[in-house]
Design a binder for this molecule. Structure first.
Ligand code: SAM
Length: 365
């Protein structure tokens, strides 16, 4: 703990900016480690219909668990206003998440509002969404028609017994596959698949998932099991390191590394040499990518987080529900980004394991 504190204290102090600064520099704020603000993840709900063992284990998130009351959750108009302000500060990519975003009523209405936002140069945003896929059969087309471009679906195994145990409610694989098919029929493209890999739990699903994704033209992304929150009882020995995953895939098909699409892209990309597309690895544990992290998050209740492993969010809802103007909001967010020095994954050690952290579903995964 002492080492961690010392490292944080050694960080340079931020250059203060005036609170109503709307100069060009403040419009594209750079944090204390030289990172711009490029991606924004917005959680639209803290609720989920799954109880994934690594995220919302049912022993803790049971019937009596108190989710946020509706009046504390940001309204769509508030989310749109925030998104517009963030886009003015340089955000080009918006991802809607949760909880499970598709459980929020009338989600296509929000997508329509966000799809209408333009970057300062007039360009369209990269607008996407992460879902467990359970409601995609009903919602893929309305979401697409409202302006959603692409989608990421989480799926940890093609084996019903393994997937059912991991999602905590025995949700069948076939329904997620049908949701993915609905997304394809609706024209959402590309479709990415997130697979959290846990040692001894779904390791045997790695190669079958890769073979399936290649066959279907989907981009599979392996995610190292992360120590987000404190309810999943995370242990380092349950992480299957990126190097091991790469070796396993390379043993099946020839692959080569592919370049990142942009600075801050979190997935390390690999290309199949036989032309069957690509896969990615999000290796936040064994190969942290903090130095290029250009990502911010807003929780369902409007708290602004500058790190997935952060403990303290900043209350933007209070500003939204005050008399503050868009310029005030812009200045407040720019100021928070200027002060950002987070690099939790690079500092991860025994000393950081007990630090307070917010659960991923609460912050927005
Ligand atoms: N409900 C949606 C879904 O299932 O995709 C969106 C929210 S979920 C928190 C976002 C992503 O975080 C999912 O792909 C999930 O598998 C991943 N995730 C959750 N907890 C994780 C953990 N401890 N380590 C790694 N990934 C995790």
């Amino acid at each position: 703990m002492e080492a961690f504190r010392a490292t944080m204290l050694a960080m340079p102090t931020p250059t203060p900016i005036p609170s109503a600064d709307t100069t060009a520099a403040a419009m594209r704020p750079i944090d204390r480690l030289g990172r711009p603000l490029h991606d924004l993840r917005i959680s639209v709900t803290d609720r989920c219909n799954f109880r994934c063992t690594y995220c919302m284990p049912k022993e803790i998130f049971g019937r009596d668990y108190q989710f946020l009351p509706r009046d504390l959750v940001l309204r769509y108009e508030e989310i749109e206003r925030l998104a517009r302000v963030f886009v003015g500060l340089g955000v080009e990519k918006l991802r809607i998440t949760g909880g499970e975003p598709l459980v929020r009523r009338d989600l296509p209405d929000l997508i329509g509002m966000l799809a209408a936002i333009r970057r300062p140069d007039g360009g369209e945003l990269d607008l996407t969404l992460t879902t467990n896929g359970s409601a995609l059969r009903a919602l893929a087309r309305p979401l697409h028609d409202a302006g959603l471009q692409r989608v990421t679906v989480s799926l940890d195994s093609l084996d019903d017994a393994v997937f059912g145990a991991m999602n905590g409610i025995d949700f069948p694989v076939a329904k997620v596959l049908d949701g993915i098919e609905a997304a394809r029929e609706a024209g959402l493209s590309p479709i990415k698949i997130n697979m959290v890999v846990r040692r001894g739990i779904n390791e045997a699903s790695i190669v079958p998932m890769a073979a399936w994704a290649r066959d279907k033209g989907l981009i599979l992304r392996f995610i190292e099991y992360m120590d987000v929150g404190h309810s999943n009882g995370w242990r380092l020995d349950e992480v299957v390191p990126a190097d091991e995953l790469i070796e396993l895939i390379a043993g099946q098909w020839p692959i080569e590394p592919a370049e990142a699409a942009y600075r801050g892209e979190v997935a390390g990309r690999w290309r199949y040499l036989d032309g069957a597309g690509e896969f990615g690895i999000i290796s936040s544990v064994t190969q942290p990518f903090c130095r290029d992290c250009t990502r911010a998050r807003i929780s369902a209740e409007g708290r602004f987080y500058t790190c997935l492993f952060g403990a303290e969010g900043h209350d933007l809802r209070a500003i939204l529900r005050s008399a503050a103007t868009d310029d005030d909001l812009t200045a407040a967010i720019a100021d928070l980004w200027h002060r950002r020095a987070d690099r939790y994954s690079e500092l991860r050690s025994a000393a950081t394991s007990n630090l307070p952290r917010i659960e991923m579903f609460a912050m927005g995964g």
